[in-house]
Design a binder for this molecule. Structure first.
Ligand code: I3P
Length: 126
């Protein structure tokens, strides 16, 4: 059975401005730097854009998405230890990249946690 079609891949499941920090790459700790990003959840990945307007432009060029994070097999959980901020989730990808996402609005982060977790679990088995 084939993977998702190109059409499915280009349909964002949800998108929002969230606070984001990449804190590790390939298991190696990075210096934390929070920025606001336009975060788009696709069928099996997350994409980070500086602004919402970029999304349409970059989507014209498949395979050229610099801020794309593969969610297959990723671990997604709330964390209180990795930040002093409230409503922080951590995403640890299968290649050992680690991201924090945060919003002051609890329902927003709760919704994102659920959706990212579902996506990670679903794309784990192929
Ligand atoms: C970091 C900055 C972050 C903070 C982080 C600090 O300092 O204040 O906002 O994370 O805490 O190290 P700097 O700008 O000098 O790098 P939180 O806001 O998430 O708490 P941490 O080292 O405990 O992660």
């Amino acid at each position: 059975i084939g993977g998702p079609s190109g059409a499915e891949l280009s349909v964002p499941l949800q998108s929002a401005y969230l606070n984001k920090a990449k804190i590790a790459e390939g298991g190696k700790k990075l210096r934390k730097n929070w920025t606001t990003a336009w975060v788009v959840l696709g069928s099996d990945h997350l994409v980070f854009y500086k602004e919402s307007k970029q999304e349409a432009l970059v989507n014209l060029k498949p395979g050229n998405r610099p801020g794309e994070v593969n969610l297959g097999g990723a671990i997604v959980e709330w964390t209180k230890e990795k930040s002093s901020r409230k409503n922080v989730i951590q995403i640890i990808t299968s290649i050992g990249d680690e991201y924090l996402l945060q919003s002051d609005d609890f329902p927003t982060m709760s919704k994102w946690r659920e959706a990212i977790k579902l996506t990670a679990d679903r794309s784990c088995s192929g």
